[in-house]
Design a protein around this ligand. Structure first.
Ligand code: GLY
Length: 331
């Protein structure tokens, strides 16, 4: 299969989409309008892509006790990495087309330090390995076998990440090796998480098994600084979910943080990040991208190409799901 077709079709399988008519719109919930209007600082706070409520709850428990945002990110992301039912993150993730589960993750802290692993196999918690890369080495990204070897040296145990059900699904896929659209898979993709602790310091993390049945060696946006995640403790942070190739090409999370630095609200910045992808790519009906951003006041925003995306938020002791506005609305 030609690369262009593979990417187009693969986007339909692993990442969820809706093929629908186009009008520009913005949906915000009341809490967002209030936070934006008052300019009040409301921290601690944690936000994450999709309905990852268990993850934001775990992160909130760290923040509520006065813990640091970096520890909240680790606690939250590890919940999804350990969830065998989640086929897009960590243990139980869908394999590549050769049947190997390869994981990408990164983390960024209040000092602007960053660590990542890409295409790592056999280690269930890439977010924790990414933290070790950041804190224990002079480097920022470890890949493949080197990442796995480093993880083992750091005390992580090797384990088989391919569950029986993921294996069965892959074997079924192999019969035709075709990609077919799955419309609008909510609650079903990369987890990107941003947290601000009671000291007002922000950290972020992003972890994924990437596109289902991707070509061997494929790396998406999630572990790439500025694309799947960017943090600047003077401004805020942003993270992404969806078709990694499109986020990479527009350096989406860095763009959103820079827009917030220039005065845009998190919502406005996310919308511009999506517009940069959509307006330069006539193929945008065939893939989904969603962004979430948080500024230092604890104001948040989210936006996506196709409806169906939303974020989980924990703030002021309350957990909520915020439905994202979308560039393309359902008819
Ligand atoms: N956003 C996840 C990926 O493209 O790998």
């Amino acid at each position: 299969m030609k690369r262009r077709n593979f990417l187009k079709n693969a986007s339909l399988t692993g990442l969820g989409l809706a093929v629908v008519p186009s009008i520009i719109s913005c949906e915000t919930d009341k809490k967002e309008q209030k936070a934006t209007a008052t300019g009040k600082i409301v921290v601690p706070v944690v936000v994450a892509t999709w309905r990852f409520h268990n993850a934001t709850k775990a992160a909130w428990e760290v923040l509520e006790k006065g813990g640091e945002s970096i520890d909240a990110i680790i606690a939250g992301c590890r919940v999804e990495e350990a969830d065998l039912k989640n086929t897009t993150v960590g243990n139980g993730g869908s394999p590549d087309r050769d049947g190997n589960v390869t994981l990408d993750a990164c983390i960024m802290n209040k000092e602007g330090n960053y660590g990542a692993v890409v295409c790592m196999e056999n280690i269930a918690h890439p977010i924790s390995v990414a933290r070790k890369v950041m804190e224990e080495t002079p480097h920022v990204i470890f890949a493949g076998k080197g990442a796995e070897q480093f993880a083992v040296e750091q005390g992580f145990k090797r384990e088989n990440l391919l569950t029986e059900s993921s294996k069965r699904a892959w074997e079924k896929w192999k019969v035709k090796s075709e990609y077919k659209p799955i419309i609008n898979i909510e609650n079903h993709d990369t987890i990107g998480m941003l947290a601000i602790d009671k000291n007002g310091d922000i950290s972020g993390g992003c972890t994924t098994s990437g596109m289902a049945y991707k070509m061997a060696g494929r790396v998406g946006d999630s572990a790439v600084i500025g694309s799947g995640l960017f943090i600047d403790n003077t401004v805020g942070g942003a993270t992404a979910t969806g078709m990694g190739e499109e986020v990479l090409k527009t350096v989406g999370s860095f763009l959103i943080v820079e827009l917030m630095r220039q005065g845009r609200t998190p919502q406005e910045a996310c919308e511009e990040g999506v517009r940069r992808i959509v307006e330069s790519n006539p193929n945008h009906n065939n893939f989904q991208v969603g962004y979430v951003a948080l500024n230092k006041k604890g104001e948040y925003g989210c936006y996506c190409i196709h409806g169906g995306f939303g974020i989980s938020k924990y703030q002021e002791g309350e957990q909520t799901y915020v439905k994202s506005g979308s560039y393309i609305k359902k008819a």
